[in-house]
Design a binder for this molecule. Structure first.
Ligand code: HEC
Ligand code: HEC
Ligand code: HEC
Length: 274
C-alpha cells in the first residue's frame, strides 16, 4: 500500500508543478492589465480586533462615507464600528443563557476564518477514527501535519495533559467535541473551552471575562467575542510567543480641551493624596 501511495503522491505534486508552468504561460496582456489595476486600487485597510492573524477585519463602506470599522493609525486595532453587528449571526442556544431574547446575543462566526477545515474533514481525516490513534499525549509527530500546521509542532496548552482529540472531534474533523463526544461548532468555542474552564465560562456569561460591543443597555443587543477570538487554543502558555497575544502600543493622549495648556489638572484629586 505504502509503495503505491508514495509514487502517486509524487505524481500529484508533479502535476501541480506542471499546472503552475501552464498558468505562467497565460497571455502576458492579462497579467499586465491585472497588475496595473492592482496598482491603481487603494491598499485595503485591515484592522485587527483581538488576535493577530485570526481576527482581522477589512475596512469597507456600509454606505457611502460610512465604514464598517475604523482602525487606529498607531496600532491598527479596531477603534470604532460603523455597525457592531456587521457580519454576525445569532449565538447558538447556550445553557443558562435562556433569558436572553433570541437574536440579542450575536457572534462573528469563526468557520470562515479557518481555511484548513474544509479540507481537514475530507482529504486526510476522512470520517473514520484515525488509524494509529495515540493512546497518550505524546504521539509520533506527523511531518505533513506539522508542515501544514506549525502550531501542532509546538503545542502549548495544558502542560502535556491535553492533546488534539480532547478538543477536536474524533470522526468529524470539522467539529469540536464535548466531554461526551457530541460535536460542537467552531462558532461556539465557549462550549468547548467551558468543558474544562467552567469558571471562565461563568465569568464570560456574566460579562466579567471577554468583551461585548453594541447597545449599552443591559438588555440591549450585543456582539459577544468568543473565546477563540482572543485565545489561540493551540498556544495559551508560551510566554515567548506572548501566549498568542499581541502587545499593543498605547494610543497617544487625546487633544487637550481648548484653553488648557498642560495636564497638571490631572494631578489634582478630590480625595487627599498621601
Ligand atoms: C484546547 C483545545 C484544542 C486542542 C487540544 C487542539 N486544538 Fe486545534 N483547534 C482548536 C480550536 C478551538 C480551533 C479553532 C480556532 C479558531 O477559531 O481560530 C482549532 C483549529 C485547528 C485547525 C484549523 C486551523 C485553520 O486555520 O483552519 C487545525 C488544523 C487544528 N486545530 C489542528 C490541531 C492539532 C493537529 C492539534 C494537536 C496537536 C490540535 N489542533 C489541538 C482547539 C484545539
Ligand atoms: C480538555 C480540557 C481543556 C479544554 C477543552 C481547554 N483547556 Fe485550556 N487548559 C487546560 C489545562 C489542563 C490547562 C493548564 C492549566 C494549568 O497548567 O494549571 C489549560 C490552560 C489554559 C490557559 C492558560 C492558563 C494559564 O494560567 O496559563 C488558557 C488561557 C486556556 N487554557 C484557555 C482555553 C481556551 C480559550 C479553550 C477553548 C478554545 C480551552 N482552554 C480549552 C485544559 C483545557
Ligand atoms: C476579549 C478577549 C477575551 C475573550 C473573548 C476571552 N478571553 Fe480569556 N483571557 C483574556 C486575557 C487578555 C487573559 C489574560 C491573559 C494572560 O494573562 O496572559 C485571559 C485569561 C484567560 C484564562 C487564564 C486565566 C488565569 O487564571 O490565568 C483562561 C483559562 C481563559 N482566559 C479562558 C477563556 C475562555 C474559556 C473564554 C470563553 C468563554 C475566554 N477566555 C474569552 C482575553 C479573553
Amino acid at each position: 500500500m505504502r509503495r503505491i501511495a508514495l509514487p502517486a503522491a509524487i505524481l500529484a505534486l508533479c502535476g501541480g508543478a506542471l499546472l503552475t508552468v501552464v498558468a505562467q504561460n497565460a497571455p502576458q496582456a492579462d497579467a499586465a492589465a491585472a497588475a496595473s489595476a492592482a496598482a491603481s486600487a487603494p491598499e485595503p485597510v485591515v484592522c485587527f480586533e483581538s488576535r493577530q492573524g485570526a481576527t482581522e477585519i477589512t475596512q469597507r463602506e456600509l454606505k457611502p462615507g460610512w465604514p464598517n470599522v475604523k482602525c487606529s493609525p498607531v496600532t491598527g486595532a479596531a477603534l470604532w464600528y460603523g455597525d457592531p453587528y456587521d457580519g454576525t449571526v445569532p449565538m447558538a442556544k447556550m445553557p443558562q443563557m435562556e433569558d436572553i431574547p433570541e437574536g440579542q446575543a450575536v457572534v462573528r462566526p469563526r468557520t470562515e476564518k479557518l481555511a484548513l477545515l474544509a479540507q481537514c474533514g475530507v482529504a486526510c481525516h476522512n470520517g473514520k477514527y484515525p488509524v494509529g490513534f495515540p493512546k497518550d499525549n505524546k504521539p509520533t509527530p506527523i511531518p505533513t501535519m506539522e508542515a501544514m500546521y506549525p502550531d501542532a509542532k509546538n503545542f502549548q496548552h495544558g502542560r502535556g495533559r491535553i492533546w488534539c482529540l480532547d478538543c477536536h472531534h474524533n470522526t468529524q474533523r470539522n467539529k469540536l467535541s464535548d466531554h461526551f463526544g457530541q460535536p460542537i461548532s467552531f462558532d461556539e468555542p465557549q462550549l468547548l473551552c467551558g468543558k474544562c474552564h467552567g469558571d471562565k465560562l461563568r465569568d464570560w456569561r456574566d460579562g466579567i471575562h471577554g468583551k461585548r460591543i453594541g447597545e449599552f443597555a443591559s438588555n440591549g443587543k450585543k456582539r459577544w467575542f468568543v473565546c477563540t477570538e482572543c485565545h489561540n487554543a493551540h498556544n495559551v502558555q508560551d510566554g515567548e510567543r506572548n501566549r498568542g497575544f499581541v502587545q499593543v502600543q498605547p494610543e497617544s493622549p487625546p487633544q487637550l480641551p481648548r484653553g488648557m495648556k498642560d495636564t497638571s489638572w490631572e494631578k489634582t484629586h478630590p480625595i487627599p493624596q498621601h
